[in-house]
Write a protein that binds this ligand. Structure first.
Ligand code: AMP
Ligand code: MG
Length: 355
């Protein structure tokens, strides 16, 4: 199949007529059971009709994703929650009012309107309203319920531009909406409101502190995520798989910043001696000091937002440059930094080195 690219400009004061026409066309593709990748504020999503089990089946196939790893349903208004969920707790409305549209996904009890193909066979459903004008208009034009995982091949880093979507999905999906680069660059926070305990199943831009403040209770992260050796399995099926991994070996390095610099410099030299192509992801301050083939940098070590913004792009660049070994400095693990560390660990196959 030919994958059509629709370039659409974000609109501060309403979309241009030509762009409205494109959004309508993309909505029609979804209604006919097709797949359209689209921008959100987090990463690019691979969208299909969430209420059509056959569309969800096509999403798993296009990504090569295990069909027990459920999809997030994207909606464009809070009222849409009622059709696809049941027994909505008051907490859900508190969070929706405070954080939607935004990078927060809620797990709620699924109604019969949601095919179990979309939920990976579970009786719960993940729901989110993205903070992106193109995404919201596209969801509306599609009938209001778009199932969308990240628009990468399963296991690869999530795509942060339409070009990266095409790298993985060209010929596998009907269309991609090119709305430029994503603002955040890391997937949404997932909070479980349907289980025995309210907890975060995947950290993201909306931190535990923000959630605790909004709900007036203490919200913590699924303990299985923080300790890879934990005997319990992560509650979000997707967090059990190897994920976000480039072709090269990712080596996060923890410790005192000076020691980290020394450790990575030695590692680079050794890899160079072995004839490996080397890469580093680091803070701006150190970028010029490393002797690596490819260096990608952002902000300072305490600026998780800047690092998260370039993280997947950097991993994909490393692949494009055929880098064999990628060292990553230790950015903060506080606040949004918890999400960055979580994705970094997954991309590294749950290992790191201490400096
Ligand atoms: P992605 O869309 O690629 O960011 O992946 C969506 C994430 O949400 C995966 O980690 C899924 O396992 C998780 N997820 C989706 N639905 C549920 C659910 N009902 N219960 C727990 N986790 C879910
Ligand atoms: Mg994903």
């Amino acid at each position: 199949m030919d994958t059509k690219v629709y370039k659409i400009e974000h609109a501060k004061d309403g979309f241009a007529p030509a762009d409205l026409e494109k959004i309508k066309e993309c909505g029609e593709i979804i209604k006919r059971g097709g797949l359209v990748a689209f921008p959100t504020e987090t990463v690019y999503g691979l969208g299909g009709d969430a209420l059509n089990g056959s569309s969800s089946g096509k999403i798993y196939a296009a990504k090569g994703r295990p069909s027990d790893n459920p999809l997030i349903v994207h909606i464009c208004d809070i009222a849409s929650l009622e059709k696809i969920t049941e027994d909505i707790p008051e907490y859900a409305y508190v969070l929706a009012e405070k954080f939607w549209p935004g990078p927060l996904t809620m797990i709620l009890k699924a109604s019969d309107a949601v095919p179990r193909k979309t939920t990976g066979g579970l009786d719960t459903v993940a729901v989110r309203m993205p903070d992106d004008d193109i995404a919201l208009a596209f969801i509306k034009a599609s009938g209001g319920y778009i199932a969308a995982p990240s628009a990468n091949l399963s296991g690869k880093p999530s795509p942060t531009s339409a070009g990266y979507v095409l790298e993985d999905m060209d010929g596998r999906i009907d269309a991609v909406i090119d709305g430029g680069e994503n603002v955040i660059g890391l997937e949404s926070t997932i909070i479980d409101l349907a289980g025995d305990k309210i907890q975060v199943l995947r950290p993201g831009f909306i931190t535990n502190e923000m959630l605790s403040d909004a709900l007036g209770i203490s919200v913590e992260t699924d303990p299985a995520l923080l300790d890879p050796s934990c005997s319990e399995r992560p509650k979000a099926p997707g967090m059990r798989y190897r994920h976000y991994a480039p072709k090269g070996d990712v080596i996060p390095v923890k410790g005192d910043p000076d020691k980290v610099f020394g450790h990575i410099s030695e590692g680079l030299a050794e890899a160079g001696r072995k004839g490996l192509k080397t890469g580093v992801i680091c803070c701006a301050e150190n970028a010029a000091k490393y002797d690596a083939d490819v260096v990608r940098h952002a902000g300072s070590l305490d600026d998780a937002e800047a690092a998260a913004h370039i993280f997947y792009t950097a991993l994909r660049d490393m692949d494009d440059e055929e880098v064999n070994v990628i060292f990553v400095e230790n950015f903060t693990e506080e606040g949004f930094g918890e999400a960055l560390w979580n994705r970094l660990l997954k991309s590294a196959g749950s290992k790191w080195e201490e400096a």
